[in-house]
Design a protein around this ligand. Sequence first.
Ligand SMILES: *Cc1c(COP(=O)(O)O)cnc(C)c1O
Length: 385
Amino acid sequence: MNIKELDKAYVANTYARFDAVITKGKGSTLYGENGEEYIDFGSGIGTNAFGAADDVWKEAVIEQLNKIQHTSNLYYTEPGAILAEMLCKKTGMKKVFFSNSGAESNECAIKVARKYGTDQNPDKNVIITLENSFHGRTITTLAATGQDKFHHNFTPFTEGFVHVKANDIDALENAITDNVVAIMIETVQGEGGVNVLDKDYLAAIEKITTEKDILLVIDEVQTGNGRCGELYSYMGLGLTPDIVSTAKGLAGGLPMGATMLGSKVENTLSYGDHGSTFGANPVCAAAAISNIKRLDDAFLGEVKEKSAYLIDELKKINGVKSVSGMGLMLGIETEKAAGDIAKEALNKGLLVLTAKTKVRLLPPLNITKDELDRGLKILKEIIEK
Ligand SMILES: *Cc1c(COP(=O)(O)O)cnc(C)c1O
């Protein structure tokens, strides 16, 4: 059996895969099983922050692999401790809990918020999230996700989530009660369609959460780690979150989640309240240290420049109705169906993603100008055809 047949026969039917087997890559160029070459505008859904098989990233991973791959959290390890310090010093957050995925980083955020609220009053457990949000695939993070299509099976869901319309300040204010402990947002909704939240809406959230002792939880699973041109997107938006969750790009393609806790909640969890066998895995943490070090102001400046260039060039394409997003997280609204564009792009040697009705681009942050131009050329051909 070939790889596609083998996968169809034995891997659970949860993914509608593109018709390609990816075997290797270098930077933003990937290769298929028969030598096909692809420009990568997806970076494994925003995880391969520095592209495929990046030399600096690899060195960090291999150096740690040569020492030890895993210890469990029964012992102290250097990479996790150093990474936590780096994240706190760069963000002003106080403590970090490490896990292995975005959903888990949000589970921790939700547990911390619920404990913070119910320590005051057993009913203070309600978390407001937004329509079209996406927070993960566990039962609780599905409940948090404000999209009905995720709420059909798997009942009963975790209670205590209220979904309000994004960018509607009145709807948010009307949802606030004494039982609300947190508001949880993505600054740019990724899976929900690359929707950027309005500046005045974010300002209203900041005001409400500050005045009412409601926690501001920001899901930076997709927007974080340089993706939007800041280390974490909120840092450029005048927000002071109490909890920040992240994953995707953090360890550059290795599974790692982190939940950063601000001063209000830094001591909310105590011994035994939470844990993860693989959390702060030394190899993943070493990869993340290497990534976070490289995401300095100069590098983030380049991300912003590439973003501006990409947006400009995309807007010039006939058939592009609008471009949304921040940094190298962009959504393109087109006259043609996004799914068809993504399939055609693959056939022409370009990997792109979709989000709802949009074509979504999440290229590696260090993509070269040449690779950007080659990808743009293919997109232009397809969209203008
Ligand atoms: C991808 C994503 C998640 C889920 O991450 P997993 O690693 O798949 O669990 C959660 N929140 C946001 C905003 C995401 O983009």
